[in-house]
Design a protein. Structure first.
Length: 296
């Protein structure tokens, strides 16, 4: 469900709730309640699998019929960039922040109808034409094996990528640069029970086909890890103890059916936890059947 559809579903729910308590407010958006939403339109657009530009724009929040009832409030000072920065770096940070804002507002370059070539500042580019991924890793993670067990090393570093394929190639090269022996974990894949009744589905999706599926929000069938490698949780396991979807950890021990990791982001930094295999079902709509993958 896109942001727009969630937005409209919430509006209808709030209006239904107000019907019994304040009938005169039912005709107003959100039943007359003041609703505050937070977000940044410069960040990622709604994800529509194989969607056209028109479909993506139509799924955006400001394409909703409710948008005309909204008042947009803008925050103009980027406080996050200032946290922990030296006075000497503030000018450079400010210039970079202003460049990013102009990029998001479409103010860079000549007048355009939504498409234009943007010149990236030279100091933001990786110039290695032979192995740019290796150079990027060296730039983001300098002397990685030297600072591997420094608690803040991986906290302050991350590489963003435009697609899962690029993520896989970066992860593979980064893992190879870590010292130590690799340990491989293979998943157990099957069709969900509701799907197994169809012989056609069983014939079209045998285990080897399921093993080769790479789906959003799901770990790969073949998971390669090393001691010290940074990992990210893909499920809410124990929210009270900081083990949530998106929490980053560092591998400290690799056993046959379980791994031990140290939390490096969130509320319980430095705590150790055990991660075992879980049975997961992806929400990806690109395949016609529901599959189950048991993996770390």
């Amino acid at each position: 469900m896109t942001h727009k559809h969630c937005f409209e579903a919430l509006e209808r729910t709030m209006r239904d709730i107000s019907r019994s308590s304040q009938p005169n407010m039912q005709s107003k958006p959100f039943g007359g309640k003041v609703i505050l939403f937070g977000g940044d339109f410069r960040q990622i657009l709604p994800v529509i699998p194989k969607g056209t530009r028109t479909m993506i724009v139509n799924a955006s929040l400001n394409s909703s019929y409710i948008w005309r009832h909204c008042q947009v409030l803008k925050l103009t000072k980027n406080m996050r960039l200032r946290v922990g920065c030296q006075e000497a770096d503030l000018k450079e940070i400010k210039e970079f922040g202003e460049w990013i804002l102009k990029l998001g507002d479409g103010l860079l370059g000549e007048e355009n109808d939504g498409e234009i070539d943007i010149e990236i500042p030279d100091d933001l580019l990786i110039h290695d034409q032979v192995n740019p991924i290796s150079s990027l890793i060296s730039f983001i993670y300098p002397d990685m094996n030297k600072f591997l067990w420094d608690l803040t090393y991986f906290q302050q570093r991350a590489i963003l990528a435009p697609s899962n394929e690029v993520v896989y190639s970066i992860n593979k090269e980064l893992l190879e640069s870590l010292s130590g022996e690799e340990k491989v974990y293979f998943s157990s894949d099957s069709l969900c029970q509701s799907e197994e009744e169809s012989e056609l589905n069983m014939a079209l999706f045998p285990p080897d086909v399921l093993n080769n599926l790479r789906l959003s929000g799901l770990p790969n069938h073949k998971l390669v890890l090393k001691l010290g490698a940074p990992v990210m949780l893909l499920r809410n396991i124990d929210q009270a103890n900081g083990l949530c979807n998106g929490t980053r950890l560092q591998v400290t021990k690799l056993e046959k059916v379980v791994m031990e990791a140290k939390i490096i982001t969130g509320t319980n930094i430095g705590h150790h936890t055990l991660i075992s295999r879980l049975k997961m079902t992806p929400s990806d709509k690109r395949i016609s059947v529901k599959i189950s993958r048991r993996q770390l």
